[in-house]
Every structure is written in C-alpha cells, then in structure tokens.
Design a protein around this ligand. Sequence first.
Ligand SMILES: *Cc1c(COP(=O)(O)O)cnc(C)c1O
Length: 398
Amino acid sequence: MSAPIAAASPHVMNTYGRLPIAMSHGRGSRVWDVNGKEYLDGLGGIAVNTLGHAHPKLVAALQEQVGQMIHCSNYYHVPGQEVLAAKLVEITGMQNVFFCNSGLEANEAALKIARKFGHDKGIAKAEVVVFENAFHGRSIATLSATGNPKIHAGFEPLVPGFIRVPRNDMEALRRATDGNPNITAVLLEPIQGEGGIHEYHADFLQQLRALCDERDWLLMLDEIQCGLGRTGKWFAHQWAGIQPDVMSLAKGLGSGVPIGALVAGPRAADVLQPGNHGTTFGGNPLAMRAGIETIRIMEEEQLLENAAQVGQHLKQALEQAFAGIEGVKEVRGHGLMLGVELSKPCGALLEQAAERGLLFSVTADRVIRLVPPLTLTRAEADEIVAILAPLVKEFLAA
Ligand SMILES: *Cc1c(COP(=O)(O)O)cnc(C)c1O
C-alpha cells in the first residue's frame, strides 16, 4: 500500500476502528481514495449504496431537489412523503409509513408501537421477544434489543422488557413465552446482518406468523440490511411468503442519503397518533426524493433480478473457489447479502484486501461480509472472487 493516507483525527471522536484509508469519490461499484488508488466496493457503504456511487440518474434528481427544497418541517405536508409512502405500501402490501432518518430510529418507532399496542389493550409492562445474535442499533433501547454482549458492555442498565431466545427454535420460543400475558411483539431480522449473515428458516417464520396471530402479538421485522431488493425480492421475508405487521427500513432506501422508514400493516397502522412520535428531519424532501428515485431506478434497471442473478453467480463462484479449503466453514446468504465464515478471526484481512483493491467488512469476528451495490455486474463479481480467494487461502495458510 502507498504511504498511510489518513491517521486518526484528534477532533473526531474515536468511536470506529478504521483502516488508514481516506475515500474521495466513487462511480458505480468503484471508489477511489484521496491518493487516487482504486477499489472494487464489495461493501457498498454497508448495504447502503443500492445504486452504486454517483448513479447519474440519482445525481441529477438530487441536484434538482437540492435546488428546490432540502428541508421543511412536518408542520406542513411534504408531497414526497405521500409519493414514497404510496410506493412502499405498494411493494409491501402493508398500510402506512412513518419516516425517520436511520435504522435505529425506525426500530425505536417499532418498539414504541409494541409498547403502545400493549398499553392500548391494558398491558402496562409490554415485553418484546428478541433473538440471540440480533443487531437492531446503538441507541439505549435498540442496543438493549440487540443480542450481542459486546454492544451492551458499559451501557447498562439495559432497557427492560426484552425476552431473548435462540434463532430458528420454536420450542425454545414457546418455553420462554408460554403463559406470559405481557408479550406484545416479536422483533427479528429475516437475515441477521451484523450477527454474521444468518437466515431464519421459512418454516420458522411461517410458524412464528401463526403464533403471533394466535396470541395477538405484532410480528416486527427489521429489514434494514436485508430488505430493499438485496436478496432478489423487495423484502427478505417475502421468500417465506409471510406478511409482517411492522417492518423497519433504512440503509439501502436512500442509496446513500440518510433515511429510515417504519412500515405498518393494518394491526399497527393506527397505534401511533398525533403527539405520540416525531422527528425534525424525518421525511424531509431531499430524503424522500432519494427514496423515490432509488426505487424508481431499481425498477427501471431491474435490480431485483440483477441482485438475484449476480448474487447467485457470486455465491457459486465463492463456493467453488473455497471448496475443500480447510478453514472455510461456510459460504451462506441470499442474493447480494453473502457471508464467508472462516474458522478463525479474520479482521486482519480487511487491510490486506484493501491493498489489493477490494473492500468488504468482517462481522462476528470471522465472517467476511459482502453487501455490494445491487448494480454489481457478473464481471465485477468474478473480480471480487479473483481477489478474495487467493487472499483467504494465503491468510489461512499463514
Ligand atoms: C444497520 C442496522 C441497524 C441500525 O441502523 P443505523 O442506521 O446504523 O441506526 C439496525 N438493524 C439492522 C439489521 C442493521 O443492519
């Protein structure tokens, strides 16, 4: 690698482990650092840059929007909110939408709905079922819902009202909840992202849907990372043929412009009333335009199909490249949300990969996570494997 490009800043709070690289600009699935070195982007800003970088149609729309209006308050109607909400209702089959600015904010809204839904029917101490290994955000409530002790550490006391159970285990869920009248909701990511790319089985999700109906619980899905086309359908839960009552979205929805959305079905759509919830920036015209154009361009360029096809090609190429390699435990995931689990911690790969011009992340210590732009081409997928495979083999042999 060329000389270190960026050192820790004394003025920016030191909350991230960063590589010594400073990014300058991007185009499609490529980004360049301030020294002009080029990288293939297998991370997409952590499943955010749906359309890749600097998509010409998105750039033009946002430039127009910035010249027209960036922000106005929710004291007034914002026409873009109606347009984006109607589109989200169309592709989800749900009923209405609350707009916010990030993933954790969408989950906060979901958790407030879970509590209010309980209060409205006389449950004063609502409890929500959550899962081991889950990630729902870094606010006090969403970190409490998160199933990772490292994220809790130092921030106790946690918010009460969560019951944690293992993934895909209906018996354990029943044991932990039978006879408890305070439960009002279940919250899960159909594919756990930060937890290491772990899928829920379709039959578990179907049984859970039935249990929620039977017990009058809200089924709340966090599709912040796995939703919005990443798996090849609009939403990951659609593979299981179920319908949630509440769904949180963020990351890929604005293709890089901060936005969050909480979509509600009929049982949850009227729980929050004027005065119950709000946010200054939520639903601002710039973010709405980003969401509208992202979905429009996804349809125009058939990016669901692309995510499915290129994702399957990439998964197969990874499986082939790592077949029989001791130390590679599994290649898993769906569409363009893939993980390669190694038998040992592999954070050290990040800098080595960047030196060779490839970006990705490592989650859960030993899982290489690939969540590239949904515009990724087959040739770019092959290029990812051509860099990654020898690197991992050398790393495992060392
Ligand atoms: C990223 C993420 C969040 C948190 O989103 P922020 O925008 O970082 O607050 C919540 N849930 C899941 C599944 C995520 O991947």
